[in-house]
Design a protein around this ligand. Structure first.
Ligand SMILES: [Fe+2]
Ligand SMILES: [Fe+2]
Length: 244
């Protein structure tokens, strides 16, 4: 308990840190362990030094990587001023940040939600519901982003270059899909008590909840940029109402 507290407040990681304690204090580090191939769930009792020795990783480099990741995760990504960007520039930004993040993250969330639902559904009937909602929102968002990247964003770039026309129907469809993703995310928040792990939650369950909380925060920023900035400005520009 005291070690977890020390990690959470001082962010000090050493080769002797136990992996399970580390992921419990900083669940977002789970993805770094996944990239390195370190088992943080069933192998959570081993120290970083032991895990590195097993995989032939340099402990000092691994510790430096983790400490740097903690600093980044704590600082959070710098947010851009969407309203000050050009239409094409904003579409590029959304694709390179929010869409890229979702394409990398959704398969990981689905895999963890399925695992937690199957393994622990017997003691919490809400966990299979969480898995079902994560699967649905992932499928919906992947198809939604494809529509934006293949249909809407090319139109946005054409409109910025001077094309005119009525694009209210595809925009209304995309906004309805945002609402569905928002509703599913709100359901996930409800089913997980605000993404809060209970005392019995294993490290995968904790990593899932941390990932879902981050997914929700990113979705909110992503949809804000589209619904409140990109879509209305593109509609106005397409109708010749105001300069972009
Ligand atoms: Fe998008
Ligand atoms: Fe969207």
């Amino acid at each position: 308990m005291s070690t977890t507290f020390a990690l959470a407040t001082h962010s000090v990681i050493s080769a002797e840190t136990t992996i399970g304690v580390l992921v419990a204090a900083r669940p977002l580090l789970a993805r770094i362990f996944e990239k390195l191939g370190i088992d943080y769930c069933c192998g959570g009792k081993q120290t970083l030094a032991t895990a590195c020795a097993r995989l032939g990783l340099d402990p000092a480099t691994t510790v430096a990587l983790l400490n740097s990741a903690v600093a980044t995760l704590t600082a959070g990504p710098a947010e851009v001023d969407a309203a000050a960007m050009g239409l094409g520039e904003l579409a590029d930004h959304i694709e390179a940040t929010h869409h890229a993040y979702l394409k990398a993250e959704l398969p990981r969330l689905v895999e963890m939600a399925d695992r937690v639902g199957t393994k622990h559904g017997w003691r919490d009937a809400r966990l299979p519901e969480v898995a079902a909602a994560v699967n649905t929102v992932a499928l919906e968002m992947l198809s939604h982003m494809q529509k934006e990247e293949k249909i809407l964003f090319p139109l946005v770039r054409q409109i910025e270059a001077g094309a005119r026309g009525d694009i209210s129907a595809p925009i209304a469809q995309l906004e309805a899909e945002h609402e569905s993703a928002g509703n599913l995310t709100a359901k996930l928040r409800l089913l997980t008590d605000g993404f809060t792990p209970n005392a019995e939650a294993c490290n995968t369950h904790r990593a899932l909840l941390a990932g879902l909380a981050e997914f929700e925060a990113d979705l909110h920023r992503h949809v804000h940029k589209e619904n409140n900035v990109l879509f209305p400005r593109t509609l106005a520009r397409a109708a010749g109402l105001q300069p972009a």
